[in-house]
Design a protein around this ligand. Sequence first.
Ligand code: ADP
Ligand code: ZN
Ligand code: MG
Length: 484
Amino acid sequence: MKYEAVIGLEVHVQIRTASKMFCSCANKFGAEPNTLTCPVCLGYPGTLPVPNKEAIHAAVKAGLLMGCEIARFSKFDRKSYFYPDLVKNYQISQYDLPFCSGGKMHISGTGFSGEELPDKDIGITRIHLEEDPAKLTHFAHGSGADYNRSGVPLLEIVSEPDMRSADEAYAYLTTLKELMRYSEISDCDMEKGQLRCDVNISLRPVGTEKFGTKIEMKNLNSFRAVHRAIESEIERQAELLDAGTVLKQETRGWDDDAGSSYLMRTKEFAHDYRYFPDPDLMPVTFTDEEIEAIRATLPEQPEAKRNRFINDFGLTAYDAEVITADRKLAAYFDECAKVAKNPKAAANWIISTLLSLTGAAKISVEDSPVTPAMLAELVNLVESGKISGKIAKDIFPEMFETGKDANTLIEEKGLSQVSDSSAIAGIVAQAIDANAKQVAEYLAGNERVLQYFVGQVMKLSKGRANPGMVIGELKKQLSEKAQG
Ligand code: ADP
Ligand code: ZN
Ligand code: MG
C-alpha cells in the first residue's frame, strides 16, 4: 500500500440519566413512540430549559476519564438547522466552550480480527454536551418521528485524526465503550442507538505529513460496520487517487448490506449553523474542588484493573482481559480472589465454566446461583486436597443448578477425596491384582502403563482417590512386584 490512512472519529453517546437534558421527561428507550414528551422537549414557544446536573457531571466524568482539561467556565449554544427531527429548529449544543478539551485515550488490546495491536494514545479534541434530536424512521409510504428521543442528553466525543487503520478505529471504539460502561455514563448499546459514530477518513502518500481531503462516513450501525466501511473507503480513495482524481470533501452513507457507500452530500451544501449562546441558559462554572469531587466518584478503570489482576493475582493478560471486559464480572472475580487461596484457579473456573453456564441460562453473573464465596470455597477444597479437580468439575454445574454449596454436595454424595493412605493402598492393590497383563507390561519397562493404572484406581474410587498419593502408591507396589 503506498497510501497511509488518516482517521478521526466523532462519537455520540447517550448519557444514562433518569430524565432528559432540559426537562423532567423520562430518558428511556423502547416506550411507545411520543409518550415521553412535554412542552419543553416538544419545543413549545414560551417554555424554558432547565439543565440536568447529572448529565453535566457525566460529561465532566467522561473528560476526566480521557485526561481532558475541564472547562471552569462553559456555556450552551444554539446550533440552527431546519429538519423534522428538531422541534425548535435549533439544537442546544456547545460551540466554542465545550466542557472538556485536549485529552487522550490509550488504546491497546486487539483489533477486529483479534490480533494484538501496539499500544498507542489517540488524542481527544473535545467532548461536549448536547440534546439528542428526535428519531426519524422512514417507511415506504412516508416517515415517522419519535420525540421520545428529543432532548435525551448526548455527549459528542471528537478524536484527533490519530488513527491509521480500521483495526485502530475498532480498538478506539471498544475502549471508549468500555470506559463509558465502567463509569456508568452510558450502556452504549448500539442497537438502541446509545452509541453512534461518524468516521472521517483521508489518505496520504506514505512518508508525507500533509493530510489529504477527508470523507465523512455516516450510518454505521455496529463496530463491525465501522471496520468494514473504513477498509472499503480506503480502497475506494486509493483507486481514485491512483487514477489522478482530485478528491472533494463529501459525506457518504454506508450501506452494510451492499458492503459499499453512497454519496450523501458534498461540501458545497455545508450548513451554516449560525451558532450563538443560548440566552435561556446560564453559563456553567466549576471550581477545582467540584471537579475533584466528581473525580472521586470514578471507579477503578479497566486498564488499572487488568494490571492489578495480573500483578496481584497472577492472571495472564488473556484472563485479565476476559474478566475485566465486564465490570460486574470483574467485581465477581475480585470478591472471589479475596477468599480463594488460588485466585488464578478461580479465574480459570470463571472463564471456562461459569461464563458458559450463565450464558446458557441467559443471566448476569450478579445473579449466578454460584456466588463468589461459593466458587472460592470450591477452589479452596481442591487446593486443600479435600476433593479432586475432577470432582470439582462434576459438582460445579450442580452447584449452579441447585444453588447448594460445594461442602453440602460433597456431604450429600460422599465425594470427599480419599487421602487415607491405607485406603489408597487397598484400592491400588485391587487395581494391580485385576490387571496381570498390564503389570507384566510395566515390569517389562513400559512406563506408560502407569497412567492406565491411575485411571483404574480413579475408576475404582469413583474419582475420589488423591491422585498424587495414587501415583506414589502405584510405583511403590509395582516395584515390590518387580522385586518379589
Ligand atoms: P469539520 O469541520 O468538517 O467538522 P473537524 O476539523 O471538526 O472537521 O474534524 C472532524 C473530525 O474529522 C475529527 O474527528 C478530526 O479528527 C477528523 N479529521 C479532520 N481532518 C481529517 C483528515 N484530513 N483526515 C481524516 N480525518 C480528519
Ligand atoms: Zn420533556
Ligand atoms: Mg467539526
